[in-house]
Design a binder for this molecule. Structure first.
Ligand code: PBG
Length: 325
């Protein structure tokens, strides 16, 4: 007890603090999500995500060369298609925009880990994550299109496919479709516990993917639920997920921790667009020290148990970690 025990002894200098520090953010943990559009020389700012852009493939290459040069080993790609239709056909077209981007990235940087989001919402005219029947997304009909999408992305060279549509059985459908086509080594990172969150708002502007009617509550998870998240993750692992994800990150740190304590698969956490926008906005208003806020938030996500962190801050964090090293 006090006065023999003094907790402040180990806080007296930066060097002693460094020696006893429990959690360290590393550039190795980071995945950089990016939006890709048709065209050339396009680098279009996303107004609700200051500092983020929609890139044409040529500009995407420049951006990823830079982030890869800073040590960010993985990127996650989202496509904004030329045309949207009822069945989201560009998602599984071999010359879809993401398919083109994957080929270009893997040609230029064969060792880069390219992760492709697998979902239909960016590609459907109605903005939902699957086939609409009687005003709702039909689960089983959607599975076939999701499987086709994953195969098309793997054929283009994606190392990892990441289903984000929250359809039941989607991991199993993708694993079977990939294996049937010989893509046995393609990794599945499943958005296993994806909540129906308001924090995707800026993303939906970026990807032009807001649902035209209703919302996503009949397939994404109800935010108050934790036990259900555990079951979702368990089912995905049984279906063949190699990496499981919790999304968003900040309001769900307890879910990340529970997943880390229970499962032996790597846990990814997605620090989503709204979490990014909050820090950017407060930083711009001078209400927060942006750089410190970013480091504190991402370190917190890691401390909660995340092995991988998807974040739009990846590039600047990599730069900062490089300066600290
Ligand atoms: C596609 C998808 C979404 C996000 C990732 N994949 C949007 C959504 O479900 O509406 C959100 C990512 C972010 O907000 O940064 N289904």
């Amino acid at each position: 007890m006090f006065p023999e025990i003094r907790m402040r002894r180990l806080r007296g200098s930066e060097n002693i603090r460094a020696l006893v520090r429990e959690t360290r953010l590393s550039v190795d943990d980071l995945i950089y999500p990016l939006f890709v559009v048709h065209g050339r020389r396009v680098r279009e700012p996303i107004s609700s995500m200051p500092g983020q852009f929609r890139f044409s493939v040529d500009e995407l290459l420049k951006e990823v060369k830079e982030s890869y040069g800073l040590g960010v080993k993985g990127v996650m790609l989202f496509g904004v298609p030329k045309v949207k239709d009822e069945l989201g056909s560009e998602a599984y077209s071999d010359d879809g925009i993401v398919q083109q981007a994957i080929k270009a990235l893997k040609d230029a940087m064969p060792d880069l880990v390219v992760i492709a989001d697998v979902c239909l919402c960016e590609y459907t005219s109605h903005g939902h994550c699957g086939v609409i029947r009687n005003g709702d997304v039909d689960n089983d009909e959607t599975l076939e299109l999701i499987g086709k999408t994953a195969v098309s992305l793997a054929r283009s060279g994606a190392d990892v496919v990441a289903p984000s549509g929250m359809m039941d059985g989607q991991v199993k459908a993708i694993r079977e479709a990939l294996d049937d086509e010989g893509f046995k080594e393609t990794v599945i990172m499943s958005y296993s516990a994806k909540y129906a969150s308001c924090f995707y708002g800026p993303f939906r502007e970026a990807a032009e993917s807001a649902p035209a009617f209703g919302d996503r509550r009949s397939y994404q998870m109800d935010p108050p639920n934790l036990r259900e998240a555990i079951l979702e993750i368990q089912l995905d692992i049984q279906e063949g997920a190699d990496i499981v994800m919790v999304k968003p990150a900040l309001p769900y740190l307890d879910v990340i921790r529970a997943a880390k304590d229970r499962f032996l698969r790597p846990i990814a956490a997605y620090n989503v667009s709204g979490e990014y926008a909050m820090i950017r906005a407060a930083g711009r208003l001078g209400w927060l020290d942006e750089e410190r806020a970013i480091m504190e938030v991402l370190t917190g996500i890691k401390r909660a148990g995340a092995d991988l962190i998807l974040t739009y801050f990846a590039k600047e964090v990599a730069r900062k970690l490089g300066r600290m090293a």
